[in-house]
Design a protein around this ligand. Sequence first.
Ligand code: MRU
Length: 357
Amino acid sequence: MTPDSINNVKPLIWQNAALQVLDQRLLPHQEVWIECRKVEQVVAAIRDMQVRGAPAIGIAAAYGVVLSARQRYEAAPTDWKQPMEADLEALAASRPTAVNLCWALKQMRKLLAGLRSGDNPVEALLAGAQAIHQADLEANHLMGRLGAEIIAADHERGREVMTHCNAGALATAGYGTALGVIRSAWKQGLIDKVHVNETRPWWQGSRLTAWELVQEGIPAQLNVDSAAAHQLKIAPISWVIVGADRIAANGDVANKIGTYQLAVQALHHGAGLMVVAPTSTIDMDMESGDLIDIEDRGANEVLYAAGQRIAADIEVTNPVFDVTPADLVDVLVTEKGVIHRPNREQLEKLMSRKAMH
Ligand code: MRU
């Protein structure tokens, strides 16, 4: 990849009648693309985090439905629909927390409902998956602009920002949610530096966000997660800017583990918490964040680092997401608009709005 194409990095490409997945387990040291021709490969890519980040998981799942339809149609052209059910269930179960996965499957199910068992479903479903993919990219550019406007309106707090995990091009169709705002703000000369939390246990900050920012020449500094409060105290950080995996109807935000403690720290140090997420991340059927299924990825990610055993022989808990209560969120940026201090009433209004252009 040339630096220029890295600015346009896309973790998922539909090419050669297959889903090409950039293997995020190997970045930043190796750039390896995996060709998924079968739905089982997409399920594995999501489960094993070759593709990760809520919107990217949803997009991959939509293409997984296309592959499933092709496999089932080729096996039984007049009876492909029912056999797809097991594939849809496997996709839905591939990771639990990011609601974009279920959202994308729901969109694809709506298309499926309009097809008959004798039809060839591939073309219509592929068009649906590509529309989801393209809409996410457009939403990110729009949210980038809206988030940068907020930073511009509030520049006296400081010209540095902090981010957690990777909510960048790699986690989406491209450009990113939180990193989309950071990209836009940087282009407009609104920020001087990005503080990147390394994001244990899977290092999405040091491996992925750092890679995106360095390639693009945006000044960035990496710190261990436990240095975040210290950095918020000593540096002119105006905003902590993060993505989300699921936002409940009351405004609670599930995101990468560590986001909740950052929200508390930001409040203490006078920084704002900005959550940037498309409306496909908002789950109005989930009453509150307490009900969100938090993925636990088992002990080894904590016991080992880069294949090297670090920890003593001890019991481990490894929740990889946490829930930030709505009252700690200063602003939610979506492609349908911005909400300050999100709550149920405002979210209901937002969800009934038409998309902005
Ligand atoms: O475990 P991951 O890497 O899939 O978790 C990703 C995050 O928590 C992101 O912050 C979130 O999905 C938003 S990505 C635009």
